[in-house]
Design a protein around this ligand. Structure first.
Ligand code: AMP
Ligand code: TRP
Length: 339
């Protein structure tokens, strides 16, 4: 029995994985993995919530690429389990059950649903029910900590509420998880718009919005050079806002500089200097991730062995939890009678 806290997190294999995902999630997973009993999942069922956008061969490629990026970011399959959500069927089964115990109003008030739904003419029910699937991901494994970016905090609070509701209705089946959110870099904004969160889907279609984790250095440099700042010209590290704050945050998160070091390095300096420093730090920081991702993408046999191993570990835990859930609900007796 391990005494390390069970940790679960995931990224959707959709759009262009960006430096916000890296800073807010992936780099934290890799850095802290020695202290975790970690399960890191490529949440492909979540990527189906916008069915019109699905292109099977692209999704296929994104799943491999996301696994490769997990490893290239430093996750070690000897220390953490890495797997693909759709290979562990209990996620879909528990998601349905939790959908049935989640009041509609709880789902309708999710900020991410409101934002995504308002940008579309028609909305699939999967987009609305997505937090129940995310709750299933987390609750299947008695997860203690969920390392994510700030945008996921509300979904984790909902997961706790759903677990409490289920436990009250059917008995103590689920443990309550907590969000683990870093202080600097939990919400990286778009380079083209300091008021909009850096997004995988916008990054895929709009040049200059995001910094892709596997973008080559010339593309990264171009995006940072064109980043929005403001009408000023010199940096005030304590009071910087907007695009200047975004660049400072990216630099601080990538370089691990302290507040004092940030002050000494940038206060009173020009925006041109800031951009050149950010370009250098980001290109240097992401270079090994890009190179290792390229190398791993050429070795699908290895990637497959990693996800098979992760899937086996995850399935073992998920099966046990689902047996408890079915028993609590009274839907497992037929199977038992036939034994
Ligand atoms: P997603 O892109 O929605 O699959 O998100 C994967 C992970 O990255 C989640 O933990 C998010 O909270 C995190 N994340 C997404 N966008 C950002 C961002 N702009 N800044 C920081 N973290 C982010
Ligand atoms: N909803 C998360 C996102 O879009 C991804 C996700 C799905 C997740 N299931 C999860 C994150 C479970 C943490 C734990 O970023």
């Amino acid at each position: 029995m391990t005494s390390k806290p069970r940790v679960f997190s995931g990224v959707q294999p959709s759009g262009k994985l960006h430096i916000g995902n890296y800073i807010g999630a992936l780099s934290v997973w890799a850095k802290e993995q020695d202290t975790f009993d970690g399960l890191f999942c490529v949440v492909d069922l979540h990527a189906l919530t916008v069915p019109e956008a699905i292109n099977p061969s692209v999704l296929n490629q994104k799943i491999w690429e996301t696994v490769a990026i997990y490893l290239a970011s430093g996750l070690d399959p000897k220390k953490s389990s890495i797997f693909v959500q759709s290979t562990v069927h209990e996620h879909a089964e528990l998601a349905w059950i939790l959908t049935c115990v989640t009041p509609l109003g709880w789902l309708e008030r999710m900020t991410q649903f409101k934002t995504k739904a308002s940008a579309r003419e028609t909305v699939g029910s999967g987009l609305l029910c997505y937090p129940a699937l995310m709750a299933a991901d987390i609750l299947l494994y008695d997860t203690k900590l969920v390392p994510v970016g700030e945008d996921q905090r509300q979904h984790i609070e909902l997961t706790r509420d759903v677990a409490i509701r289920f436990n009250n209705m059917f008995g103590p089946v689920f443990s309550l998880p907590e969000a683990m959110i870093r202080k600097v870099g939990a919400r990286i904004m778009g380079l083209d718009d300091p008021n909009a969160k850096m997004s995988k889907s916008i990054g895929e279609i709009k040049v200059g919005h995001s910094i892709g984790v596997i973008d080559p250095p010339n593309v990264i440099a171009k995006a940072i050079k064109s980043a929005v700042t403001d009408s000023g010209s010199t940096i005030d590290t304590d009071n910087a806002a907007g695009g200047v704050r975004t660049l400072l945050t990216i630099y601080q998160a990538v370089s691990n500089a302290s507040d004092d070091e940030m002050h000494a390095r940038f206060n009173g300096k020009g925006y041109g200097f800031l951009k050149s420093q950010v370009i250098e730090a980001v290109c240097e920081g992401l270079r090994p991730v890009r190179e290792e991702t390229q190398r791993l993408m050429a070795d699908k046999t290895y990637l497959k062995s990693v996800i098979d191993q992760g899937s086996e570990i995850a399935s073992g835990i998920a099966e046990e939890k689902m047996a408890l859930v079915r028993n609590a609900l009274g839907i497992d007796f037929i199977k038992k009678l036939s034994k």
